[in-house]
Write a new protein. Structure first.
Length: 222
């Protein structure tokens, strides 16, 4: 089983954190990452997302040439997901999409905790378009830029954890979805500071990509 994570932004360190998180979630799978060096350093809002799409789509062919059984778009906004699904010859998932699917499979009402307020309309639209709005308690912004989140300082973890706890106490969320790929490596530290289950889209997408590729007979599942 080979899964390729394409990071739509140009930050290589974020790609590395994403890949390591996916490998922990799905040991034994062949997981590697590709970074969209043609994209913005971070995706914060629809303009950045639009700027990232051409480079993202250009990497679909190389990913398939390297034997991808499934491809994951590693941006919580699911940047270019529909276009990538239309072009690729294998399953393509987004980490936002995978998070919502996992929450529904678990039967848990969720809140998304993301980076900046500019990301909220994109996430709201994705949730509504995909039919998950009835399960969504709230979408909350931590106020932290994506690259600050990716650096993972202790104060960053504390800030995100506080927003997760607010989602639990104020919004009635039964779980929190980590609404930024840069939060994936922070999941263990966040879990120690919060009181509800956390859904990381990188880990969720690894498990769901295995299921999708296996269902189509694209690879053996071990």
């Amino acid at each position: 089983m080979r899964i390729v994570y394409i990071n739509p932004n140009a930050t290589e360190a974020m790609t590395n954190g994403i890949v390591e998180t996916a490998r922990v979630a799905l040991p034994g799978a062949d997981i590697f990452g590709m970074t969209n060096s043609d994209g913005p350093a971070a995706i914060e809002g629809p303009e950045d997302g639009a700027a990232a799409v051409p480079g993202l789509l250009a990497r679909l062919g190389p990913a398939q040439e390297q034997g991808a059984d499934a491809i994951v778009i590693a941006c919580f906004d699911d940047t270019g997901l529909a276009a990538a699904q239309a072009q690729a010859g294998c399953p393509v998932l987004g980490i936002g999409q995978a998070s919502y699917v996992m929450a529904r499979l678990l039967g848990l009402r969720f809140s998304v905790v993301t980076s900046l307020p500019v990301s909220i309309p994109v996430i709201d639209e994705n949730i509504a378009r995909s039919g998950f709005d009835g399960l969504c308690a709230s979408v909350r912004a931590s106020g932290l830029p994506v690259l600050t989140i990716d650096r993972g300082a202790p104060e960053t973890v504390t800030r995100i954890a506080a927003e997760i706890e607010a989602a639990r106490t104020e919004d009635g969320a039964a779980c929190a979805i980590l609404g930024c790929a840069g939060m994936a490596p922070l999941t263990p530290a966040l879990a120690r500071q919060t009181k509800i289950p956390l859904i990381d889209g990188v880990a969720a997408s690894a498990l769901l990509a295995r299921a999708a590729a296996g269902f189509l007979g694209g690879a053996s599942i071990r």
